[in-house]
Every structure is written in C-alpha cells, then in structure tokens.
Design a protein around this ligand. Sequence first.
Ligand SMILES: Nc1ncnc2c1ncn2[C@@H]1O[C@H](COP(=O)(O)OP(=O)(O)OP(=O)(O)O)[C@@H](O)[C@H]1O
Length: 809
Amino acid sequence: MPASEQAEVTGQVRSIFFQNPTNFFKIILLHIEKISVAWDDDDIVVTGTFGEVKQDDTLKCVGHLVNHPKYGHQFAADRYEKETPTSKAGLIEYLSEKQFKGIGPKTAERIVDRLGTDAITKIVKDPNVLAGVGLAKTVRDDFVDALKRTYGMERVMLQLNAWGVRASLASTIYQRYQEATLEKLGENPYRLVTDVMGVSFRRADSIALSLEIGPTDSRRLQCAITAAFAQLNNDEGAIYTNAELLLRVAEHILSGGVMSPLPTLPELANVLTQMVQDKTVISESGRLYLASYYEAEWQIASGLHTLSTAPLKPKLTMTKVKKTVLAAAKQLHIAYDDSQVAALTTALTQPVFLLTGGPGTGKTTVIRGLIAAYAELHQVSLDPKDYTETPFPIQLAAPTGRAAKRMTELTGLPAGTIHRLLGLTGRDRSEMFKEPGPLTAKLIIIDEMSMVDMFLFRQLVRAVTPGTQLVLVGDKDQLPSVGPGQIFADLLNSGVLPAAYLTKIHRQAAGSSIVALAHTINEGDTPPELFKNQADRSFFAVSAGQVPEVIGQIVTRAHLKGFTPMDIQILAPMYRGPAGVNHLNEVVQEILNPSTPDNTKEIVVGINHYRIGDKVLQLVNDPERNVFNGEIGRITAITPAKQDKQHRDRMTVAFDETEVDYGRGDFNHIAMAYATSIHKAQGSEFPLVILPVVHEYGRMLERNLLYTAITRAERLLIMVGEEVAVRRAIETPGAKRTTTLPQRLQQQFGAVSKEDEPANPSTEPAEISQAPAPPLTYKMILQHVIDPMIGMAHVTPQDFMVQDDDKEG
Ligand SMILES: Nc1ncnc2c1ncn2[C@@H]1O[C@H](COP(=O)(O)OP(=O)(O)OP(=O)(O)O)[C@@H](O)[C@H]1O
C-alpha cells in the first residue's frame, strides 16, 4: 500500500518498548483486534504520541503504515482513542492499579459501589463525594491528585484528538496549559497561535470551527492581525508597519483559514481599531506596533539614557587616561592609530560607548587595549585566579558561543554568551519579558553587536546597573540580527551615544586580499579584479545547475590538500534548490563522509542521514549543556534504536568544549553543517569559505549578505557562480528595517528635531483622540484614514516603560 494511505488499527497493548517522558512519544506493540489494511501478523509496532498508556489497554489508532529503513513496516499513529473502562469490573480493576497508591481491589470496589461507573467524573468534579468511603486523608488526597492528572490529561488528549490535533502537538499543548487546557481553549482557541510554537492560524481556526466560533468573531480577526504582525516582525525584522500592509497580510492569513466567507475589510479594520483602543496595538503617526515592540523601543531608549547619565566612579582626568592608554599600547606592543586612541580614551571615560568598523580595522585590538588600560586605571587584577570568591569585574559576552570563544582566545579573559550572562535559557519566550537579575561587573564589553536583536538587547540594558561601563562592539554593515530590529545600526544612527568608526585596515598580511575586497564591496563598488584569481581567492564562473558538481570538486581537492571538514565551510543564502544549503550538504557529505562498510550506522532525521564523523551545527542555546546556537561539532557516536537497550535513537556530538548527547526529542536542535546559511555563520570564521552566488538566490542577493559571507573567510575564499549575480548583490543595498529606535533615543537624550519628533499624545486635539472609530472602507484605509492617535488620549511613552513582567509577546 502507498505509505500515505490513511489506516486504522485497533488492538490491545502487549508491551511498551519505549516512552519519552518529556514529549509522550511512545513505541508500542499492539496485539491486533482489527486493522483496515492488509497485514499478515498478529501484532504491529505502533509509534506516536500517546497519553497514559499501559499494558492491556485497548487502543484504536488512526494513521498510516510506514516503511522504516531499519525496522521495516510499522504503524505511525496520528491520533488514537483509548477505551475507557465503563464496566464495573473494568473500573474496579483500573482503580486498583499501582498508579493509585493505597487503593486496593476492595477499596476500589467500595468506591464503584458507592459512586457508580461514572465514579471518576464525579470524583474529579467534587472530591468530597469520597467522604464515607473510609480513606485516610493522605491516601485520599494522593488518589484525587493522581486521578485528576491522568484523567485530566486523557480527557484533554482525547478532545484535542477529536478536534483533529495530531497527538504530538496535543502533548505540547497539554504541557503548556496542563489541566486548564480545555478551559483555556474553550475561551479562545486562537491563543494557541501565540502561545504554542508550531500552531498555525489554520490549525487554531479548525479548532475554533469545532467550537462554533464564527468567521467574523473578533477573537479570530484579532488573531489574524496579531499573526500578521508576527509575520512582518519575524520575516522582515520590522518593528512597526502600516495599516494597509498589516491588513493585507491579515487578509492573506484569513484566506488560509478554514472558515468562510472572508470578513470584509471594514470588519477587519474595526477590530484593529479596537486593538488600538485596548492598547494591544499602538498607533503613532501612521505607524502600527504590537504593544510589546513599542514598549521595548522605549525601554531601550530610556534604559540607555539612565546608563549614560549615571556618574562613573572614580572620576578620571583626561591626562591620566591618555597616559594610561599610551602605557597599555607599549605593554601590548601596538602603535594605535589616532582613531583607535580616540576610541580608547572615549571608551574609558564614557558610561556607554559604541565601537564599529569593518574587518581588520582593529576592533579586537582596541578591546585588548581597553581591558589593559581599564585594569590599570581601576587597579583591578586580570588574573581569573584572584576571583574565586568574587565575580570577575570585567564581563565579556557575545551573541553566539563561537563569537564568545573567539573573544576569550583574543583577550585571554573569560567570555560567555549574552544568554548565559543574563541567565536566559533561550527556550521559553516568556523569559524575555521578565526583569533580569542585575549584572555586577563594572565593565561590560559585548562583541558582534550586529547580531543582537531588540528583545535580547532590552534585557541586557535592563540588567546593567547604572554606574557600569557598557561597550558595544560590532560591524554595522553586517547582516542585521535574525530577530526583529537593527539595534546596532540604530544606536549608531541615533547620533546620541559616543561612538567610534574605525576605517583604517590594519590586517594586511602579505598576499591577503579578502579584507580589502570586503571593504570595497561594502562601499558598493565591484573591484575590477574581483573575478580574477588571486593568491587567496578565486572565482569559478558556472551556472546554478553546475554549482553542486563544481563545489564537490573543490571540496575533494581541498581535502586532499589537508583541509579538514571543519576548515572548509560552504555558505549559501537559501536552503532549497540545487545550489541551496540542503542539496550542497548531501553532495559534500558523500565526499567527506560517505556511507562505507565501516560506517553503516545511520540515523535518519528528515532529509538528513547522520553518520559518525558528520559535521553538525547547534541551532539553539542550551546553557545547561554548555552548547550554544552557532557552535559546530562532529558526531562521535551513533546508537540506532534497534541497538539501544531502551529502543532509543541516540547521537553524541563533540563540540570544542563539551560533548552532548541527543535523543529523538532534540534531534531538531542540530543540522548538517558542511553547508550552512550565511545567517548561521555570523560570528564565526573559517579557514576556507566556499561561496556560491547565483541568480536563483533572487531577493537574497544583497550587499550586506555578500559582505557578511566574504568576511567569514580567514585565509581562502572561493566564489562559485555567476558574475551578474555577484554584481547584482553588490549593487543592492540591504533593505532597511522599519524601526523608530533612533527617534526614541533622540527624544530621551533631548536631541530631537521638531519634524522628527514622535507626536506627543497629550498635545493632540481632544476631538481627534476621542472621536469614535469611523467605519472603514478599503479606500479609506489606503488613504491612511486609520486615525494615528486613536485610543492614545493621555497616554505617554512612559506608560509603556513600567513593569511589564506579566506581559508576553
Ligand atoms: N594600530 C595597529 N597597528 C598595527 N597592527 C594593528 C593595529 N590595529 C590592529 N592591528 C592588527 O590588525 C589585525 C586586525 O585587527 P583586529 O583583529 O583587532 O581587527 P577587527 O576589527 O577585530 O577584525 P575582525 O572584525 O575581522 O575580527 C590584527 O592582526 C591586529 O594585530
């Protein structure tokens, strides 16, 4: 039968081979009572996500047969139903199970005699019905708790199943809301879209349909508008948008739902106006923000203002600072150029300081001088051994583990990720909305600032104690952060914070032309010798279709010349297509780590066939296991479930500093890494970078993308592709993200010019801000009739700067 055909199997659980306690994934052996497809055995292995299941339970599973490459045919259940005991004998047997401590068959019988076959429902509803059964208080309390837990979960899983939610998602939803799941979803099933990763609008919409929520229900339209914001925030990094674009995206999202007819534009616009009045959306001069984004901008601006105006102790004289800088330069044997000296003296005397420059302009060299001079001026030891009891007074951090490690290598001091500095796990979105603990260091230096997004930076600013010196270092022309905003560029553009722009290139090793090339491209120029081979870079002119083969040849030759898989990095901007990351990974894996008679163990995850020796990339921060987003490691061990005592697929990956075990539940934390996206390579450098550039990359062909990719190459750069695509990328400046942080900063620092000034709501004429929301038509919206200040009467930005601990998203 075709693998995708829907099938049903009912049977009794013979044994449970494996269960993952964290995500309810189970592998079960079922003794078949009934099966809807041809099957010539009495038993079948069923995999899927199940609630509480035990031996002898009868399950009806809906799913499809799959042919597992290692385990052969088995049944993948998308949903299931469990027969609950309805007979008296069945219920007594169920209640006497060992999960209900202290309840034996006798007691169970007494309970069922007294309360009938719907005893469970009665007890869960009102535990007092157990009075008179003769249970000791502790036994009774434990019994009620266990019953609520198992019964609650079972009920939730069954209901979600009935709504068509696949079992794996059902378990994630249950983990989020626990026993309150059905109540919460009954109130508003659309909350799933914001609360639970992986729930689409369409999925929530189909649950809403089962709950008889109508197509123009305000909860539905609000969800579509919020999802439209999320799409613009995440896909374009935008902080605000306008009504027209927002409503168009919301309409598109609604058209992907399961209900009809589509709401009219005025209906949708009225809900948006209501959201503005409720202040879940902030409207300002024609710009629309989700409230949390609006707040974050103001909090960053006000936080930086507080830090910038806090007095530094002790006060240092300029003469002393300059003298110390000279001494530090001597000690480090560096002749700092004038702009570097100016950067050092400002950094040492200002509470907040920005340092930017392209590759090889000496940013790290300035950081080294800064640390040495700071230590001298403040008489602090730089020996970590002196800080066994107290924290190190200088804190170095970067957005990725690789970048932090590089800071340590170049400065000799401990450095960590910003997440670790702030005690963030990176797993739970709500932690970005809680007050972070104060940081104790007196000098904090953050590198690779261009990668830091708005919410992470907001947490950093909130955590820094006034009186601390904060130095933010980066290359403003690199790709902006993956998350929303363009913080570093905005801080520089605001013009209100002391900053140094380093322009002189110091890394001019003989025969090295990559750094100079990067600088020229960054200016928007195509250097005439770009397509001619140099000692350290070359260009192979080929079409997109030839890219994989040519890259294969280059990798083969580089490998023969002694480059290890870790040295060679292929960077591409997209995942799909012949010249995309996915296909290039397949091609290069077959060259560098093919399947051989000695290397037969494989674990298949999606399109990847992982083998021992494969190069993989960590995709999420995992501070508990000391491995962070962007780190690259190699698989050192693989245990397929068949060979594992607990029937679990397992992999071990060795990173620079740690070895990490992965199970099926967290295989999505890693990806194959012979080729990676350019975004994922930010903050890392590699001896040999192979960079395909072809017109198939379309909209991705932008200058800052190319610039970022080229600056990842330490020693050798090999470009493969089409001249015209390279020229197009150089001529296309990266799109600006819509943000208002520069204006916020200017206003906080009192440097705002009248025409830039964000409108001050309190001075708006009362009749505008209090006017009832007019019914909106498409034409009116196109003319931007959504009153920019609707709902903003007597609201000031400061209203958004106070406690927001309990707000999310
Ligand atoms: N004033 C200087 N005199 C001589 N050499 C310098 C000077 N400043 C920096 N260098 C040298 O230039 C090279 C690049 O400097 P550095 O690594 O600090 O630049 P960077 O801006 O941090 O570069 P990247 O962003 O690529 O890491 C280093 O070898 C450094 O020693």
